[in-house]
Design a protein around this ligand. Structure first.
Ligand SMILES: [Zn+2]
Length: 161
């Protein structure tokens, strides 16, 4: 059972996930569980709600996220990180703080859209791709990124022959 976080309104983003206690840097917070796994073709058949709560598992598979993890919002300066389904504190968290992760960890889209995270380093319009992150942040995130992102990172890093 998940008892250390709660889903609350987080205007203007909709709902968000909030800490019910403080967390030390690096401490496990909760599991962001996966529901149904779909191909890009099957995504069109999902309900609007499920379609809003997808996470990329690979280049051709996404999972529908289950509550409360599906309400984790993005931040360009997140206070949490995840590795697979495990969400942990990226820095110390205060009780009552909204928990945020960086959606770009496992994303590879060409799509740019408006970001409402409000963090100081937010560019306002964000490209939803790991490979659009600045190189320093890519290196910081890489150990937590899924295998398919790590493989692509290595492929891109190889000098052209
Ligand atoms: Zn942002």
């Amino acid at each position: 059972m998940i008892t250390d976080v709660v889903v609350r309104d987080a205007p203007p983003k909709g709902k968000g996930v909030f800490a019910l206690r403080s967390f030390r840097k690096g401490e496990f917070i909760f599991r962001r569980r996966h529901g149904r796994v779909v191909s890009p073709r099957q995504e069109a058949q999902l309900s609007a709600e499920d379609g809003r709560h997808l996470t990329e598992l690979d280049f051709d598979r996404s999972a529908v996220l289950l509550p409360p993890g599906c309400y984790l919002n993005h931040s360009c300066e997140p206070n949490a990180m995840r590795s697979g389904v495990k969400v942990f504190a990226w820095r110390a968290l205060r009780k009552g703080e909204e928990i945020t992760i960086d959606y770009r960890l496992n994303a590879f889209s060409d799509v740019r859209s408006r970001c409402r995270c409000g963090s100081r380093n937010c560019a306002g319009i964000v490209q939803w791709s790991f490979f659009a992150l600045d190189p320093k942040r890519q290196r910081r995130y890489l150990p937590y990124a899924p295998d398919f992102i790590r493989r692509d990172y290595r492929r891109r890093a190889r000098p052209p022959v």
